[in-house]
Design a protein around this ligand. Structure first.
Ligand code: FES
Length: 171
């Protein structure tokens, strides 16, 4: 999980799963739980679902719509773009506490034909190059199955199966 899934592009969502501004879904990159969200400007972000204060899970709801995320443990509030927006009793953190340095850990995120991928690696090749012509061709073909209508995710099945690296694992 460390050597492969933390080091490559990993599929996290399809566009249709979070169509509106503020809509989000939970996903995983390797063992790391992530939130995939569309911000107010329509940009897609993927960030680790762990509070920067004491690492509590920020969002427990699998899918939904929100204008922000608030950690249920001590109430730190985050924007849809990963930024730390608000703290209860900010004076407790001292004068030198810098909110800008305590945003959620963000992953690099790119899409191809509605398929959203994320990676922890900043220096990895662009998604389209990673997929290559061979894979892009099959994604394009698959997306044409709607016969003129956009492909839409209507539900999902999730399995937890002991596997090697060839299949995305969940725990
Ligand atoms: S762990 Fe999130 S606010 Fe403390």
């Amino acid at each position: 999980m460390e050597k492969i899934f933390r080091n490559t592009w990993v599929w996290v969502a399809h566009d249709s799963e979070f169509p509106d501004k503020g809509s989000f879904k939970l996903s995983q990159v390797g063992f790391e739980p992530v939130i995939v969200v569309r911000d107010r400007k329509g940009r897609i972000h993927c960030m680790v679902n762990r509070c920067r204060h004491r690492a509590a899970t920020i969002c427990e709801v699998k899918k939904g719509k929100s204008s922000s995320f608030q950690c249920p443990y001590h109430g730190w509030g985050y924007g849809l773009d990963d930024s730390l927006r608000a703290l209860p009793y900010p004076e407790q953190y001292g004068d030198d506490f810098d909110k800008a340095r305590h945003g959620l850990q963000k992953l690099r995120t790119e899409s191809y034909n509605g398929m959203v991928f994320a990676t922890f690696r900043e220096d990895i090749e662009p998604l389209e190059d990673f997929l290559g012509e061979g894979v892009r061709k099959y994604i394009d073909l698959f997306m044409k199955q709607g016969g003129g209508f956009p492909v839409k995710v209507l539900g999902e099945h999730q399995f937890s199966v002991p596997m090697n690296w060839k299949v995305r694992a969940c725990r």
